[in-house]
Write a protein that binds this ligand. Sequence first.
Ligand SMILES: [Zn+2]
Length: 66
Amino acid sequence: MSERQTCPSAPVVLPLRLDAEPKPVPGCAHCDNIAMEHDRARANGEASKRRDCNVRLRRHLSADHR
Ligand SMILES: [Zn+2]
């Protein structure tokens, strides 16, 4: 087998945009928690904390809400 996996165009599987904020799932305590922290960070103008919440929520969504 000499076929190499150097495809020039990577397949677009996940339509993830980094600046799109993930949505918390209603009724999930964990989502609620992160959403509350996110709201507080937004109110305080803490951009890095907001980004952190987004990352955590996105990870939680893909782990527990698939
Ligand atoms: Zn959740």
